[in-house]
Design a protein around this ligand. Structure first.
Ligand code: ARG
Length: 469
């Protein structure tokens, strides 16, 4: 089909304007440099819209055929990297529409019937984000599977658990790692939740008030796999809360990975020496030949700031906007894309990094002999023998002070020496003063006993398997 009307001028809305924008304004207002990432989503959305228009007899079957043919060409050009993106056409939507019209004529100009870029862009972002979330959920699963493998190998490996970075009580390394499984499990739930709320169709809202054409929004929602419709046209074109929620979920995930990174960095310091990290995640120093620096975990920690920044950017972007669409919203994309990219790369690298951790069980064990890690166990022992807890606490505090003075750990005292602190102490005290005794005694759901850690891992594997299915 050929173009029969007057030629389209340089700008879509030119007839209304008496002077062109300057190059600077053009560059300032254009988004095509970054929103072309949504090109395939834009085409998908346009095809669904065109099919609906034809099914509702708003455009002809021939127009639809032309649009489908033109869009196939455009998709191919984009995929081959030969599509000529043009700053004059401002954004991904106008670039594609313009090219479509060049390819198929009037049918291309009919595509925008009953639609606005406002509901178009809102639809594109939701489609794009849905795919990004699916990718992230898969990567969280990869990370978790590798984490579970490591935790399982170390379900019995004893290490000090810390509070205030002071030795607190013995825990197993497996238990410690499973804390991060729990954090990322909640992260995954949050992403699922964001996806659920984002998966509603804005199209049909047009610029802000809806459209006078006899459209069928359910048709479009079905075509695009949306769970339902955005119920209010003003809300649909203007709010970006789903993008904010995504960045919030991302900020939390990054915060969790940042905490783990901080631990890896600490554990890898020669002063601690609990782990080693595979060389492929570290770099050397240009001046100090002995150095092996944990760059990857440090960058994860650093990039968390960047994701937090994007969350702040989007919250701030939204807070002053009156209904309905404002151009401010064009600024939603870069923080959103950058967040998705950062989270995706971080998870990808982290899943592999977990497999590159060498655990130095002896060093972990050695650290348990400093810091009186079983002092609480001794207090609990006294309570079980009849002492009130506060008195037991006091007895053990005195014992620890004496141990410190003589440069020993609690299990190194003889029975006779221990009995000087309390006559309630008997031969069986050594069962609780040992690390193994301490670990095994915390044998309840959520506790650090190796048996509990193993069942937590088994449960996690079952959940992960179910999620995959
Ligand atoms: N590029 C725009 C954006 O990202 C598309 C919507 C433009 N709508 C408008 N009325 N100017 O938000």
């Amino acid at each position: 089909m050929t173009d029969t009307s007057t030629p389209q001028s340089a700008k879509t809305w030119s007839a209304r304007f008496s002077e062109p924008v300057s190059d600077l304004v053009k560059r300032y207002t254009a988004s095509v440099g970054f929103d072309q990432r949504m090109a395939l989503q834009d085409i998908r959305g346009s095809l669904a819209h065109a099919r609906m228009l034809a099914s509702c007899s708003i455009i002809s079957r021939e127009d639809l055929a032309d649009i489908e043919r033109g869009m196939a060409t455009i998709r191919d050009e984009i995929e081959r990297g030969v599509f000529a993106w043009n700053l004059d056409d401002e954004d991904v939507h106008l670039n594609i529409e313009k090219r479509l019209t060049a390819l198929v004529g009037d049918a291309g100009k009919r595509l925008h019937t009953g639609r606005s870029r406002n509901d178009q862009v809102a639809t594109d972002i939701r489609l794009w984000l849905r795919d990004a979330i699916d990718g992230i959920l898969g990567l969280i699963g990869d990370f978790q599977r590798n984490l579970l493998d490591l935790a399982e190998r170390h379900a019995d490996t004893a290490m000090p658990g810390f509070t205030h970075l002071q030795v607190a009580q013995p825990v197993t390394f497996g238990h410690h790692l499973m804390a991060y499984y729990e954090m990322t499990r909640r992260d995954a739930e949050r992403f699922v939740d964001v996806r659920r709320r984002a998966n509603r169709l804005p199209l049909g809202s047009a610029a802000l008030a809806g459209t006078s054409y006899p459209i069928d929004r359910q048709f479009v929602a079905r075509e695009l796999g949306f769970d339902g419709l955005c119920a209010n046209s003003l809300d649909a074109v203007s709010d970006r809360d789903f993008a904010i929620e995504f960045c919030a979920a991302s900020a939390l995930l990054m915060t969790h990975l940042s905490r783990l990174s901080e631990e890896l960095i600490l554990w890898m310091s020669p002063r601690v020496g609990f782990i080693d990290l595979a060389d492929r995640f570290c770099t050397g120093s240009s001046i100090m030949p002995q150095k092996k620096n944990p760059d990857v975990p440090e960058l994860v920690r650093g990039k968390t700031g960047r994701v937090n920044g994007s969350l702040m950017a989007l919250l701030t972007l939204m807070k002053g906007q009156p209904l309905a669409y404002n151009k401010d919203n064009q600024e939603d994309k870069e923080p959103l894309f950058d967040t998705a990219d950062t989270v995706t790369d971080t998870l990808r690298i982290y899943a592999d990094m977990i497999t590159g951790i060498t655990v130095k069980a002896d060093a972990m064990r050695g650290a348990l002999s400093q810091g009186y890690a079983t002092a609480t166990d001794l207090a609990d022992y006294l309570v079980k023998k009849g002492a009130p807890f506060r008195d037991a606490h006091e007895v053990v505090a005195r014992a620890v002070r004496a141990a410190e003075g003589s440069g020993r750990d609690l299990p190194q005292f003889s029975l006779a020496e221990l009995r000087e602190f309390s006559h309630l102490i008997g031969e069986d005290v050594f069962e609780v003063l040992t690390v193994e005794g301490s670990l095994a005694s915390r044998n309840h759901a959520g506790g650090t006993a190796p048996a509990q850690v193993r069942s937590a891992i088994a449960l996690a594997r079952r959940d992960l398997g179910a999620n995959q299915a």
